[in-house]
Design a protein around this ligand. Sequence first.
Ligand code: GLV
Length: 327
Amino acid sequence: MNKPKILVARAIFPATIARLEEHFEVESNQADASWSKLQFAEKLRDKAGAFTTGGERIDAELLAAAPLLKICANMAVGYNNFDVDAMTARGVLATNAPDVLTETTADFGFALLMATARRVTESEHYLRAGKWDRWSFDMFAGTDVHGSTLGILGMGRIGQGIARRGAHGFGMNVIYHNRSRLAPDLEAACKARYVGKEDLLRTADHVVLVLPYSPASHHTIGAREIALMKPTANLINIARGGIVDDAALAAALRERKIAGAGLDVYEGEPKLNPALLTVPNVVLTPHIASSTIATRLAMANLAADNLIGFLVNGKPLTPLNPEVLTR
Ligand code: GLV
């Protein structure tokens, strides 16, 4: 019997390609070429499945060019690259890669928080530039993390992981805001207190953003919200570009309206607002929060398992639009 045809949109672990090849006729992109939308659509024309990585837009226009497509498996927990309604309307299953990246991403949220609060990269740049000639009493004085107030916007699994680290590891006072309040046992495990969004912005010493991107969360943090924050506060974005108004943030950092920011995601990435490169009090990383070898491999394998589970066995692991399965 012919194996189903799938497309792997970006370079991934060779071991994952080898696993997929046991079940599918695979067209891969191990050279990691940048395909135009038209090239991507042409490659999908005869495919039953697509392995995507979070950067490939799947919308009605693309689906119209891919009549045999049955599933798109994202190697990411976020899936704002999918128009899920259009996929559901066309009967195309969408899957993401949750859970396997939760702890690694929470670790990174903390890494960015620590680096920002303690000015790790700013002081390293100073040292590398050969500017360090003597000790000084307030050299790169930052803000304390231990015992401070940690405000988390978006309290899904990753937000809870950050809360646990803050409360149990650093003795932080954890407050959070979310669309819905956590169950009491989860709040107790995170030692987190539910507050309104404005209350959180006014009170937190460190604000961490971990909410999913959607048109409703576009510019959740703009000039008005930043103005509510303490001048000593730090803002950390490990969620998605577009949740923060990057131009407003760069201006606020330049004017020292807040102390600092740590950013892993950007509006329009991989391009970023050039103003962010000109302010010293921001730590910038290239969307790597889930990037450890073990976790990226687990994410790739989960995406592969969704393709195999659905196209071979009829049972995907983490469907986003399961209503497609019962049609
Ligand atoms: C990374 O940003 C992801 O959504 O997994």
